[in-house]
Design a protein around this ligand. Structure first.
Ligand code: HPA
Length: 246
């Protein structure tokens, strides 16, 4: 049975309920992944967990080796990836600690190694990316959230900024005009690389704070940590319900 991969973001450095079998260090042709892969099981079903920002190091979003992270998962036989990511909430419904299952992406990041199709002897990698997340995996996550009785927003556009600084209020207004509901820094190129490798990929965006300018107050780390504490606990419940269904 192919293991389910969970990529944990800020606020989710480990998964409760995961029985750890081994930590696997992998080096890839693209360099080193963020951390050792934690290989184990949840409810007896095989799971691989990766801390996106490293463990115990804290890699800033633009310094994450997304290609190594995804390539390593593929190497471990992964076909399905659930990405968990902290985000800022832009639109009204995106309240702190709430979870959205995005269906679209706008990529504002730059300068990241964003493709596996880089060599001279390779064909141009024109992957279809009209719907950047796996629709079937999204549907399964939404069903799992309903089973766990955790309200989620089932449709949302994720805007990926470069970071590591947070956005200006004007940048957030522009993103809102563009149609973004949430803003994060790690959704890309992760989603595109998963597609290039033919893996099913969907995300749970956990709202850590109202995006810049939306609350009229400064965004503090204390606020982010407080909201993520609750939001990530809900994300783990959804993952458990997902595994119970699979
Ligand atoms: N902006 C970008 N990324 C984030 C935010 C934010 O407000 N909160 C958590 N990740």
């Amino acid at each position: 049975m192919s293991p389910l991969a969970i990529i944990g973001g800020t606020g989710l450095a480990r998964i409760t309920g995961l029985t750890i079998e081994r930590n696997e260090r992998i080096t890839t042709p693209y360099g080193s992944p963020s951390a050792d892969y934690v290989v184990g099981a949840i409810q007896g079903k095989p799971v691989v967990f990766l801390a996106r920002h490293g463990n115990p190091h804290l890699l800033a979003p633009h310094r994450i080796n997304y290609r190594a992270n995804l390539f390593g998962l593929k190497h471990l036989g992964v076909k399905t990836v659930i990405a968990v990511a902290a985000v800022g909430g832009i639109t009204e419904a995106m309240a702190p600690a709430h979870i959205a299952i995005p269906d679209q992406i706008i990529d504002y990041s730059y300068g990241r190694k964003h493709t596996f199709f880089e060599d001279d002897d390779q064909p141009a990698g024109y992957i279809d990316f009209s719907y950047p997340y796996s629709q079937t995996l999204r549907a399964r996550l939404i069903t799992a959230a309903a089973a766990a009785r955790i309200p989620v927003t089932p449709v949302a556009t994720y805007g990926c900024t470069q970071g590591p600084r947070l956005e200006t209020a004007a940048e957030i207004l522009r993103m809102e005009r563009d149609g973004c509901d949430v803003v994060g820094m790690t959704g890309m190129p992760e989603a595109a690389l998963a597609r290039e490798l033919g893996m099913e990929y969907a995300a749970m965006a956990v709202i850590a704070n109202k995006a810049a300018g939306k609350s009229g107050e400064e965004i503090t780390m204390a606020e982010i940590e407080h909201n993520l504490h609750k939001g990530m606990a809900n994300a783990i419940e959804i993952i458990n319900a997902f595994i119970a269904q699979s």
